[in-house]
Design a protein around this ligand. Structure first.
Ligand SMILES: [Mn+2]
Length: 317
C-alpha cells in the first residue's frame, strides 16, 4: 500500500494504471451518469465547448461513468421516479464520446461505471432489462464487431481521478476499507462475471467504488489520505451513481453526490465547473450557481421564479 509518488506533469493530464490525474490548472467540467441520454450528453459537451471558448485549451471534460444502458419505457409508461422522459441512445452516446475522445485525447475522459464494467468482467446489470440483461441487450444491438471495440475502450478506462488541488472523483461513494493508491492503480477489471452484486460489494476497490450511495466520513478521509501523492492533500470526493432528486447532496465536509442526467427532471440536472487551481477544502465551498451549475439554466430559472407555495407542491411525489 505504500507508493512511490509518480512525477505528474503540471500541465498535461496523466493516467497511471487505473488512476487519472488532472493538473492543478485550468477548469474541469464534471458530469455523472448519462445512461444513454444523448440530449443530456450533447448539453454537457456544449457546456464544455462554451468553457473552452471562454478559458482556452486547459478545460477538461470528465464523466464519472455509466454512460451506457438506459430505460426502455414508452412516454406513456414512463415511471415518475426516472425524471424527464428520454430514449435510450447508448450506441450514439458511446460513438460520440469515442469520436470526441479521438479528437481531444488529453481533454475528454470518462471513468468506468458499474454498467461499463458489466461488459468487461463485472456481473451483467439488470436495471433496465431483466432477461436478457442490458449488458447482453446492448451487445446484441451493436453486434459483435462494435462490441469488441467498446470493450477494448472500456478496458482502458480509469476507475478514479485525482484532480486539481485535492479533489478525487469516483463513480459511487468510496467505501474503501484498506486499498491505497497502488491498489487502485493496479486493479483488474476482469474475472467477476459470475458474482452477484452482493458478492461484488466484497471485492476490494471494484466493490468499494462502484455501488455505494454514501460513505462514512472517517472511511472517506482515510481513503482520501491514501490517494494522496506528492504534497497536495486531498480534501473532497465527488461522485454520482445514485440519483439525487435535488441535483446534488453534500455529505459531511468531504462528499458531494450529484446528478447530471439519469433519474432527474431536466430542471434539476447539474454538472460541476471546477477551478482546478483552487483548493476546495470542503464540499461547502462548492456553490450552486458558481461551481454547481444547472444543465438547463432556462428551465432551472423558470422553476426557481415560481412562488414558493407552488414549487413546494410541484416538488412532491
Ligand atoms: Mn452506477
Amino acid at each position: 500500500m505504500s507508493s512511490t509518488p509518480p512525477s505528474i506533469s503540471l500541465v498535461e493530464p496523466k493516467q497511471v494504471g487505473k488512476v487519472l490525474h488532472l493538473p492543478a490548472q485550468g477548469r474541469a467540467i464534471v458530469c455523472t451518469d448519462l445512461h444513454g441520454n444523448l440530449p443530456d450528453f450533447t448539453a454537457v459537451v456544449e457546456a464544455w465547448r462554451a468553457a473552452r471558448e471562454e478559458s482556452g485549451d486547459a478545460v477538461f471534460l470528465l464523466f464519472t461513468g455509466d454512460l451506457v444502458h438506459g430505460p426502455v419505457y414508452s412516454p406513456r409508461n414512463w415511471p415518475e421516479h426516472l425524471g424527464s422522459f428520454y430514449r435510450d441512445q447508448t450506441e450514439e452516446v458511446i460513438d460520440t464520446f469515442m469520436s470526441l475522445k479521438e479528437e481531444f485525447p488529453q481533454r475528454v475522459f470518462t471513468l468506468i461505471g458499474n454498467h461499463e464494467h458489466s461488459h468487461i468482467g463485472g456481473p451483467f446489470t439488470r436495471k433496465f432489462h431483466k432477461d436478457p440483461s442490458e449488458t447482453e441487450f446492448l451487445e446484441a444491438t451493436v453486434g459483435p464487431e462494435k462490441t469488441e471495440v467498446y470493450k477494448a475502450m472500456f478496458r482502458t478506462l480509469p476507475i478514479a481521478a485525482v484532480l486539481g488541488r485535492g479533489i478525487v472523483a469516483t463513480h459511487g461513494a468510496p467505501r474503501v476499507l484498506e486499498a491505497g493508491y497502488d491498489d487502485v492503480v493496479n486493479v483488474e477489471y476482469a474475472g467477476h462475471e459470475d458474482k452477484t452484486v452482493r458478492e461484488m460489494l466484497a471485492v476490494p476497490v471494484l466493490g468499494e467504488l462502484f455501488w455505494a450511495r454514501n460513505s462514512g466520513p472517517l472511511a472517506v478521509r482515510r481513503f482520501l489520505q491514501r490517494m494522496q501523492i506528492g504534497e497536495q492533500r486531498n480534501h473532497i470526493v465527488i461522485y454520482g451513481h445514485d440519483p439525487v432528486r435535488k441535483g446534488y447532496l453534500r455529505e459531511g465536509a468531504e462528499q458531494l453526490c450529484f446528478s447530471t442526467s439519469f433519474g432527474l427532471k431536466n430542471e434539476k440536472k447539474v454538472y460541476l465547473d471546477l477551478d482546478l487551481s483552487r483548493e476546495y477544502r470542503t464540499v461547502r465551498s462548492l456553490r450552486y450557481g458558481a461551481d454547481i451549475l444547472p444543465l438547463y439554466p432556462e428551465l432551472a430559472a423558470k422553476k426557481r421564479r415560481r412562488p414558493s407555495s407552488l414549487s413546494g407542491v410541484a416538488d412532491k411525489g
